[in-house]
Design a protein around this ligand. Structure first.
Ligand code: GLC
Ligand code: GLC
Length: 632
């Protein structure tokens, strides 16, 4: 057994970095780096030594990594150094009730990066402070999973512009108070990445970058306990190479999983990460976090080492580019989702549970599961936040906990089957027009695609469609965290089936809800008689009311039970203000009795309609009505 190597002392490391880079002691970049090393080196060293400490070259690895990190700090543009300092002195800046996210594909939404820049005035009109661009990096031309198969993290996809266009866009956004969000697709690369090509060609330096097996022995052993993520693409977790060998591919066959048990992989990806940070990225979306560590006999999801890898990356960022924060993408069991969220790991995270339960509640008209999730699973560490969303570019998966559901006598498996039937319109009377994703008849597993408008009934002109859309948004805007809009949804864009004609997209139904920018819908956004106008005007009104209301800052929520099974309730408090949120998830008027409001004042101002309501005799909520009641 190898012994863990004694860590080199920090003072020695500092002097070695300075010697290697000729940094002067009073260089301001060095001074900031030096100070951040004092704070974060301990964490970095702890995480990395638990992964790689037995490697005899560990101390050299650490020194090389930190030297490189300092070189990236030196290359970091001056205004980002200023941002680093500003964000370090105000670590809760993103808890503001003015934070609002949007997400889009550059090509589909605007054509290219320069044209996207020209849309900044619109983003400001909407109120965005955060813009997530789907991966803009170089990728295979046809099969690239919407850019999630990266061939180089240092070049953009030439179809949308150059790396300088991207840098320029980041700067323009930053000047307008909009933070750029990009993905760190660190679980895998495309099969056209230089590392992949070198590895497959037998270059010894890259041979352990990916997981390659000579025959099916090991793949069969692993497959026994793996979940199939894209069963339509290939069964199990592996794909066969032309030479007959097998390679680990959690997602598509052209997305090759990186091997993080190899410290060279960590170091190589750390360099790509800091390069991305220096583009001016403020939130790095940590893609597919659950999958980055593998161990035989496990599901190879959410292993403790996956967290260690992320915390090590995080510590490095705190040292070299601290304005950048991490956003977790873990679409897994709710107990596992929260494990990625902490000041030392991912400071913000998608909230897939709230997302799934919003749709569940629309289908069942019963708030029980959502109410329970908000009361028991919502509150986070005050330095972290949820990113609340109605839907993303990905499928909707029913990732609620079976243990939670059974408390209401709901059987998880059967209920998921019902939800899939309901949302793909195989259930009589359903308003929704969704499309199945990765329907797996062997396991009964299936997920769901569709734009918000199509899932809410607009495609079949259901009279309540726009109210349903606004109801869902009223929850993500008021429950605490950063609300995120899939751009296009705010003007009620419908499903688009044209992907079926496109090679490279046809087999992936998620494209049904990734439509092109629809000029006509945006033009009618201020026409109250068009569905897009109803949604846009209603939504921007909610966004503006929220921005004015301090009680919506931060993430802390207090449950508020009503006595009506279709009416959701919770309270948001600040020092100066208390707001009670109520939402009727049914198409019928719903009454809450006076008992519910006993502890509250007799009247309250609804911040959405600006009307004063009497609580004394109880309240009746109109179909799909939402109220933000100021009750302080
Ligand atoms: C993430 C992305 C998804 C992609 C997958 C593989 O889950 O959101 O779109 O298919 O990772 O990179
Ligand atoms: C990724 C994929 C998503 C899938 C999930 C499974 O997030 O994008 O489609 O449901 O992984 O964990």
């Amino acid at each position: 057994m190898l012994q863990t190597i004694a860590p080199a002392s920090l003072a020695l490391i500092k002097s070695q970095i300075r010697a290697r880079t000729h940094a002067l002691p009073d260089d301001p970049v060095w001074r900031a780096f030096d100070r951040r090393l004092d704070t974060h080196y301990g964490n970095l060293e702890k995480e990395l030594s638990s992964l790689y400490g037995e490697d005899p070259r560990f101390n050299d690895f650490l020194l090389d990594l930190l030297t490189e990190a300092f070189v990236y700090a030196l290359q970091r543009p001056t205004d980002l150094h200023a941002l680093d300092a500003a964000r370090e002195s105000d670590p809760r800046w993103f808890q503001s009730q003015k934070m609002l996210g949007g997400v889009c594909y550059v090509d589909l939404y605007a054509g290219n990066l320069q044209a996207l820049k020209a849309r900044i005035p619109y983003f400001k009109e909407l109120g965005l402070t955060y813009l997530h661009l789907m991966p803009p990096f170089k990728c295979p031309e046809v099969h690239n999973d919407g850019g999630y198969a990266v061939s180089s993290y240092r070049e953009t996809n030439p179809a949308i512009g150059s790396i300088d266009d991207l840098r320029d866009l980041a700067l323009a956004l930053r000047r307008e108070g909009i933070s750029l969000v990009l993905d760190f697709i660190f679980n895998h690369t495309s099969d056209e990445h230089d590392w992949a090509k070198a590895c497959l060609a037998g270059n010894p330096q890259y041979q352990d970058f990916y997981y390659i097996f000579p025959d099916r022995t090991m793949p069969d052993a692993y497959d026994k306990t793996l979940r199939e993520i894209f069963p339509d693409a290939h069964p199990g977790g592996f794909s066969q190479l032309p030479d007959g060998r097998w390679i680990w591919t959690t997602f598509n066959s052209f997305q090759l999983d990186l091997n993080y048990s190899n410290p060279a992989v960590f170091k190589a990806m750390a360099g790509e990460m800091l390069e991305i940070a220096n583009l001016g990225v403020e939130f790095l979306r940590m893609d597919a976090v659950a999958f980055v560590w593998k161990r035989l006999g496990t599901s190879c999801e959410n292993l403790p080492e996956a967290h260690t890898v992320i915390r090590a990356f995080s510590a490095l960022v705190r040292i070299a580019a601290p304005a950048m924060l991490f956003k977790s993408e873990a679409i897994v069991h709710p107990d596992d989702v929260v494990k990625y969220i902490s000041p030392e790991e991912c400071q913000i995270s998608y909230n897939p549970l709230q997302m799934a339960l919003l749709w569940n509640t629309l289908a069942t008209r019963e708030v029980n599961l959502l109410q329970q999730a908000l009361e028991e699973r919502h509150n986070l560490h005050p330095d972290t936040a949820w990113v609340n969303y109605v839907r993303s570019h990905d499928d909707i998966g029913w990732t609620f906990a079976d243990e939670d559901a059974i408390r209401f006598d709901v059987n998880g498996f059967d209920h998921r089957q019902f939800l899939n039937r309901f949302f793909v319109n195989r259930f009589e009377g359903s308003f929704a027009r969704g499309v199945p994703f990765q329907d797996n008849p062997q396991t009964g597993d299936c997920r769901l695609c569709g734009t918000t408008a199509s899932l809410c009934g607009l495609e079949q002109n259901d009279p309540y469609a726009s109210q349903r859309i606004l109801l869902l948004y009223s929850v993500i805007l008021s429950s605490g965290g950063i609300p995120l809009i899939y751009l296009g949804d705010e003007v009620a864009t419908l499903n688009d089936h044209s992907y079926l004609d496109e090679e490279g997209k046809r087999a992936d139904s998620r494209w049904v809800h990734r439509p092109h920018y629809q000029e006509a819908l945006y033009r009618s956004r201020n026409n109250p008689f068009s569905p897009s106008g109803k949604v846009f005007m209603g939504l921007t009104h909610l966004i503006q009311q929220r921005a004015r209301c301090e009680a919506f800052a931060g993430g802390h929520l207090i449950g508020f039970r009503t006595d009506n099974p279709s009416v959701l309730g919770y309270q948001r408090n600040s020092a100066a203000q208390k707001v009670l949120v109520l939402a009727n998830f049914s198409e019928f008027p719903q009454h809450c009795t006076s008992q519910v409001f006993q502890a509250l004042p007799e009247t309250a101002l609804d911040l959405i309609s600006d009307r004063t309501l009497r609580l004394k005799g109880g309240l009746t909520l109109a179909p799909y009505a939402m109220l933000w009641l100021s009750v302080s």
